[in-house]
Design a protein around this ligand. Structure first.
Ligand code: ADP
Length: 353
């Protein structure tokens, strides 16, 4: 069992609450992401798991055992270092053996563990090569093998691929996901990249100022964000969130360009949220009902497979994500609509209604 549990954990640096009364469970064999803006507490959580920091309050459990007073060396969690750094002058084999050699493990045991992890990570055929002769994906497997050779309960990664260029990042995250699926080991992964978090995580936690704002599968959080903050954190272009008011015939936003009938809209809503892909755009025929207003096309960004259209609706700007390359020109007048069931509503405190 290698689940990792935080119970009401708080960590302060002076007056800064780096981790603020935080509770969560990372399940056995789960690919779990912490995602949040810089300084939201992601790295501090990792350091608390590793035992490099002590919580001021609360309890941390690994595999059911409280570890607050267990040293980092005895915690049995392994960090895979940033940029997957390997010793360049050593073969892949010596890189993987290194943590065991360093701990003076018996040679027969080292070879046994090496063989096991090499088989799990499919690197047996490249062990003789130095890192410079390995592909990016192979280097990643070797770096993970080096972390796993001690058979830790879980392995941890802190923004491991942020330094790579965009194309390599895409390849690498697919590879990471594949490796984790094959290994079936608990992985805690920190990233500040929403697309990366969504693409790799079984479940994720969204952080703000040391607090978890929502935990769940990426698709659950995307479809049912618990707050306007979380809604803005996932999705590109990000969710359109507009102040709304109660008008004569229901809730209105963007100066009457968007109207939602009473029955569907929670009375306490002060903001509505529309995902760009949920907005439909049609040419304005000029003969809609008197109270529906057109929006104006502000700018068009054709991106090949889809097109981002920025709309001016009163003072508001909305972004719509349309499939393909629709025939829409800047300054055209258009009618916009959205399935009522796809509209998000947020209340006074930013919470979803
Ligand atoms: P993230 O990884 O999300 O960027 P961190 O966990 O590094 O966030 O930081 C969380 C908060 O704790 C920040 O306000 C940061 O300035 C503060 N912090 C982190 N480490 C230290 C430290 N060693 N000393 C003082 N403040 C720290």
């Amino acid at each position: 069992m290698s689940d990792i549990v935080f119970r009401n954990v708080t960590k302060r640096y002076g007056n800064t609450l780096a981790v603020d009364d935080t509770s969560f469970t990372v399940n056995d064999n789960e690919f779990f992401c912490f995602f949040g803006p810089p300084l939201s507490g992601k790295s501090t959580i990792l350091r608390l798991v590793l035992g490099l920091e002590q919580p001021d309050q609360g309890e941390i459990l690994i595999g059911g055992k409280p570890v607050n007073s267990v040293s980092p060396a005895e915690r049995n969690v392994a960090m895979v270092f940033q940029n997957l750094a390997l010793f360049p002058h050593m073969s892949a084999r010596d890189n993987v053996r290194f943590p065991l050699v360093e701990r003076k493990v018996a040679e027969a045991e080292i070879e046994k563990r090496l063989a096991e992890v090499a088989a799990k990570l499919h690197i047996g055929h490249i062990l003789h090569k130095p890192p410079a002769q390995l592909s990016g994906g192979e280097r990643q497997r070797v770096a993970i093998a080096r972390a796993l050779v001690r058979d830790p309960a879980a392995y941890l990664m802190d923004d491991p691929i942020s330094a790579l260029d965009a194309r390599l990042r895409e390849e690498t995250r697919v590879e990471l996901k594949r490796i984790q699926r094959e290994l079936g080991k608990t992985l805690i992964y920190v990233t500040h990249d929403q697309e990366e978090a969504m693409s790799v995580a079984d479940r994720m936690a969204i952080l703000e100022n040391g607090r978890i704002r929502q935990i769940g599968a990426p698709s659950e959080i995307y479809d049912r964000p618990a707050s306007a903050y979380v809604a803005r954190m996932l999705g590109s272009p990000m969710m359109n969130i507009l102040p709304s008011v109660r008008g004569a015939s229901g809730i209105e936003a963007a100066e009457g360009t968007i109207r939602i009938a009473d029955a569907e809209a929670p009375a306490e809503a002060i903001e509505i949220g529309l995902r760009p892909e949920d907005i439909e755009v049609r040419p304005w025929t000029g003969n809609g009902t008197a109270e529906v207003r057109p929006a104006r096309v502000f700018e068009v960004e054709p991106l090949g497979g889809y097109t981002v259209v920025t709309l001016a609706a009163g003072q508001a700007r909305l972004r719509a994500l349309l499939r393909g390359q629709p025939d829409i020109m800047p300054d055209a007048m258009v009618a916009i609509s959205c399935e009522p069931g796809r509209v998000h509503y947020f209340g006074q405190d930013g919470g979803a209604l």
